[in-house]
Write a protein that binds this ligand. Structure first.
Ligand SMILES: C[S@@+](CC[C@H](N)C(=O)[O-])C[C@H]1O[C@@H](n2cnc3c(N)ncnc32)[C@H](O)[C@@H]1O
Length: 230
């Protein structure tokens, strides 16, 4: 396995057990739903992952487009939500072909760290084109340059303790230390941005942006930004 795309397209142990995956995707879906501006909103979740509770977002919106680069991930969500008329599953190439102003809310949680600088520039231009006037882009879980691995470990342990999977998290931690994820992180690296640097990138892409006081995900040391077309 040599790329992040291949990593996400294959079985992995990022979620330490089913309980972890369930609470993770429920929390993400509830957080995204809280950003949906109205029941009439059209929403894109870009890099959605397994999104097993995407129905929570769909129930708060007119439509929800789920985009993920990994074919196996898309196949699983397409099967899961086949009977949900508000949910559509798309490839990144499908998203690129959508008309301007297709969405009122675009969310990318825990995606940017797996994009290189050129891919981020292209994604920001795409999201700007796809946002309707007044719409918002939420880019979340951005990792600052100085954040060490201990921060992720502590955040995961707190999250696990609060959600009843602490033992599994401890076992999972040992597994992750030896996993392809750790190896790929060392080999391919992971994109990191400081607050000022990321705000500047958003501005350069034509957004007016701010960092929100809380990260969308469970690690409070990572950052979430809200951006609107300037
Ligand atoms: C860490 S997971 C995050 C999943 C989900 N957003 C969440 O909050 O749990 C990253 C996801 O981004 C997807 N991904 C990576 N590069 C992508 C790209 N260029 N376009 C769309 N999805 C991508 C991966 O396949 C993977 O499912």
């Amino acid at each position: 396995m040599t790329t992040w795309r291949e990593f996400w397209d294959n079985p992995h142990s990022i979620y330490v057990n089913d309980r972890h995956k369930d609470v993770h995707y429920r929390d993400i879906a509830e957080a995204i739903a809280a950003f949906v501006p109205s029941l009439d909103a059209r929403v894109l979740d870009h890099g959605c992952g397994e999104a097993i509770h995407a129905d929570i977002v769909a129930n708060a919106a007119r439509s929800l487009y789920l985009c993920d680069a990994a074919p196996s991930v898309r196949a699983a969500i397409a099967t899961r939500f086949a009977a949900e008329p508000k949910i559509k599953v798309l490839t990144p190439e499908d998203v690129e072909r959508l008309p301007d102003a297709s969405f009122d809310l675009i969310v990318a949680n825990s995606l940017v760290q797996y994009l290189n600088a050129d891919e981020l520039t292209r994604a920001l231009a795409l999201w700007r084109r796809l946002l309707a006037p007044g719409g918002a882009l939420i880019v979340a879980d951005i990792i600052p340059p100085d954040l060490g691995p201990a921060s992720d470990v502590i955040a995961l342990m707190r999250y696990a303790a609060a959600n009843g999977f602490l033992l599994a998290a401890l076992v999972g931690l040992a597994r992750t230390a030896l996993s392809p994820y750790r190896r790929l992180r060392n080999e391919l690296g992971i994109a990191r941005y400081g607050e000022a640097e990321f705000l500047q990138r958003l501005r350069t892409a034509g957004f007016a942006a701010q960092r929100l006081s809380r990260n969308l995900e469970h690690n409070p040391a990572r950052m979430t930004f809200r951006a609107r077309v300037a």
